[in-house]
Design a protein around this ligand. Structure first.
Ligand code: PGA
Length: 257
């Protein structure tokens, strides 16, 4: 048994306005009881515009939910119309920032180099990156899944130091499993999450790699979370669609009961 703290994060993507966001977190708090949170971290990553109201709600109701953002710019400030900087997020008590989600890579042209700069910016403001990696269906069918993920890790983590292993989270998300209802088979999820850890050991060292949390993401639901979380190298889940339902997300968090 590892002593890595499991981490369940909800990636809301471009869903819910700020009023709906408040409702969703209030309902989530209602559905979760204390035992569900115990020994694990629960994170919600709403759109930027809801971070302030959720910061206030989490503080005033003393909720054991951490705030995450879905993206940030690599520069601390400047003439980057429409962008949000890491220090702005840190001021809102954001603890986690997703970097290199496959939608950002595919739709917004983010390369490993861009992701690498973002990871550094996130860390330099005391926040924790959730670094996403994963292969496309074409790459998997060509037998290149491990190679692709290894390359993404090397590129995105170049020059990134990890003093506290829990300060970096890696999410393995096969692109073909995202939003498709098609989850990776447990043996494939284990193989790739294991490959992530092996590569982390080669970038850092075995001890650091043993302490870094690796999440699985891609159509995680209440019905499949338990078998995924039971895999030796899976320490959590990055949940898209199912995190928009407070009932489902609470069931995912409560997977151990
Ligand atoms: P999904 O999304 O759970 O809807 O497949 C996961 C993700 O994109 O992080």
């Amino acid at each position: 048994m590892s002593d890595r703290t499991p981490i369940i994060a909800g990636n809301w993507k471009m869903h819910r306005d700020h009023l709906e966001a408040i409702q969703l977190v209030q309902k989530l708090a209602y559905h979760l009881d204390g035992a569900d949170y115990e020994g694990q971290e629960v994170v919600v990553c709403p759109p930027f515009i809801s971070l302030r109201s959720l910061q206030t709600l989490i503080q005033s109701d003393k909720l054991a939910i951490a705030l995450g953002a879905q993206n940030c710019h690599a520069e601390d400030e400047g003439a980057f119309t429409g962008e949000i900087a890491a220090p702005m997020l840190a001021r809102l008590d954001v603890r986690y920032v997703i970097a290199g989600h496959s939608e950002r890579r595919a739709l917004f042209g983010e390369t490993d180099e861009v992701v690498n700069a973002k990871v550094k910016a996130i860390q330099s403001h005391g926040m924790r990156p959730i670094l996403c990696v994963g292969e496309t269906l074409e790459e998997r069918e060509a037998g290149r899944a491990v190679e692709v993920v290894t390359e993404q890790l090397r590129g995105s983590l170049a020059g990134v130091r990890v003093a506290d292993p829990e300060s970096l989270v890696v999410a393995y998300e096969p692109v073909w499993a995202i939003g498709t209802g098609r989850t990776a088979l447990p043996e494939d999820a284990q193989e790739l999450c294991g490959a992530v850890r092996t590569e982390l050991a080669s970038i850092y060292d075995a001890d650091t790699a043993a302490g870094i949390r690796v999440q699985y993401g891609g159509s995680v639901k209440p019905g499949n979370v338990r078998e995924l979380m039971a895999l030796p190298d899976v320490d959590g889940a990055l949940v898209g669609g199912a995190s928009l339902s407070s009932e489902d997300f609470a069931l995912i968090v409560a997977h151990r009961r």
